[in-house]
Design a protein around this ligand. Structure first.
Ligand code: SR1
Ligand code: MG
Length: 416
């Protein structure tokens, strides 16, 4: 009984739900309904009544960006709802409140986030977000730690993996668009031609890069470390100066933690490199770029610190049995192991951040950080700097020992 709900049908549907009707207030005929979806996959409506407003998201049976020629399962709405529910428990206040879900219609109603804006739009306008680093690190540390083997029993973890295993069509999008297509000839690839033609060809011929991206692809496919958001770019985050909300976890599944952390870092780094291409005064540029790199550092440091604190506070999962690390000697050895764990996670994060960058410059789905730089030559200069950093981060991920190594390398490429 699935049907796409356009404005009139949505109005009728909502009018039949007493709780939402009360929340909106007034007569349904007077509700203002606007389709605002600017993502690649779904319909998103804002509905406003006399008392309040809501956001309604409905999955389409195909990829919106491409059209009906690319079918996509509606079940992604189920996984998104499941992930949002779990994230709401683990990171309260950092995701939108869920108000209603209809599995058949692949439709979810959420609180209307107002006056929040999509963070990417704010970054293009050079707006700093003072709460962001603290909020996003809380979100990532809590959602990743509490869904990992450090916090769950083996049975709980396996059940949880199984609950998301059916979301493979969304994983396949990532496997193709991020980990494969930018490195080969693919119909849907595009880049800022002709300026990046040579670079695109070089990526297709770079065997060290092909090995590195294939290792990352394998890690993505075969490392169910935690429930990851799966698409944690700055278009999946809504912000005000004082609030952060993570939205859109339809790509959620049990995957490698570094994929989420890397997504956040990559999108900040792209905002950094795009900054030179946007109209802004030298002072504004300096302040914004300084804030971005500081935030990159705070995101890794904050995430690692909070994740370790949760682990030290008492991990009830089946990994690292407490009985194996008794006494002072055990505690010291376990602490050294925690540091080694975080170092490995950092290396993964660096590699995934690189993969997330390259796909936005050569793959199907680009981002407005670069796309809104109108002059192609200027855009290509910003993109080429980002790619240069990304290539190094992917091929020599282990050489980046600290987050300062990443921001230092980005700073050196600022005027390259
Ligand atoms: C065809 S979907 C393209 C991209 O949009 C989503 O936001 C994900 O980032 C996906 O890779
Ligand atoms: Mg999305």
């Amino acid at each position: 009984d699935y049907r796409i709900l356009h404005e009139a049908a949505l109005r009728d549907y909502l009018a039949g739900l007493p709780e939402l009707r009360a929340l909106l207030g007034g007569e349904p005929a007077a509700w203002a309904i606007t389709e605002v979806g600017d993502g690649n996959l779904n319909l998103v409506f804002i509905v406003k009544g006399t008392r309040g407003g809501i956001a309604v998201k409905q999955a389409l049976p195909y990829v919106r960006l491409v059209g009906e020629s690319w079918p996509l399962p509606l079940s992604r709405a189920h996984y998104e709802y499941l992930a949002l529910s779990r994230q709401a428990q683990l990171a309260p206040g950092l995701v939108p409140a869920l108000l209603h879900h209809n599995e058949t219609l692949a439709l979810t109603v959420m609180e209307l986030l107002e006056p929040h804006i999509i963070m990417r739009k704010g970054l293009v306008a050079a707006t700093p977000y003072p709460r962001f680093a603290d909020d996003i690190t809380t979100f990532m540390a809590r959602t990743l730690f509490f869904t990992s083997d450090l916090a769950l029993t083996a049975a709980e973890k396996k059940e949880a993996i199984a609950a998301f295993a059916g979301n493979h069509a969304l994983c396949k999008i990532t496997e193709d668009l991020i980990f494969t297509d930018p490195y080969r000839i693919a119909e849907q690839n595009r880049w800022t031609a002709p300026y990046l033609d040579a670079l695109a060809a070089a990526l297709r011929d770079d065997m060290e890069l092909h090995v590195a991206i294939s290792r990352l692809k394998l890690k993505f496919m075969a490392s169910p470390e935690a429930l990851i958001h799966g698409d944690l770019h700055t278009g999946s985050i809504m912000v005000t100066e004082s609030q952060t909300r993570v939205i859109d976890p339809e790509f959620a599944f049990y995957g490698p933690m570094g994929f989420d952390v890397g997504a956040v870092l990559a999108n900040l780094l792209m905002a950094y490199f795009a900054s030179a291409g946007h109209e802004r005064s030298p002072g504004e540029r300096h302040a914004f770029e300084g804030w971005v790199l500081e935030t990159v550092e705070q995101v890794w440091a904050g995430f690692a610190g909070k994740f370790l604190d949760l682990w030290r506070a008492g991990a009830s999962g089946d990994a690292y049995p407490v009985s194996l690390f008794a006494g002072e000697k055990g505690a010291a050895r376990l602490e050294a192991e925690r540091q080694a764990y975080m170092q490995r996670l950092f290396t993964d994060t660096v590699g995934f951040a690189a993969a997330k960058t390259i796909r936005r410059i050569f793959g199907l789905a680009h981002n407005i950080d670069f796309e809104l730089i109108e002059e192609p030559k200027k855009r290509a200069v910003s993109e080429a700097r980002a790619v240069r950093l990304a290539r190094g981060m992917m091929v020599e991920a282990v050489a980046f020992r600290t987050i300062a190594d990443v921001t230092g390398a980005a700073r050196k490429l600022r005027d390259w």
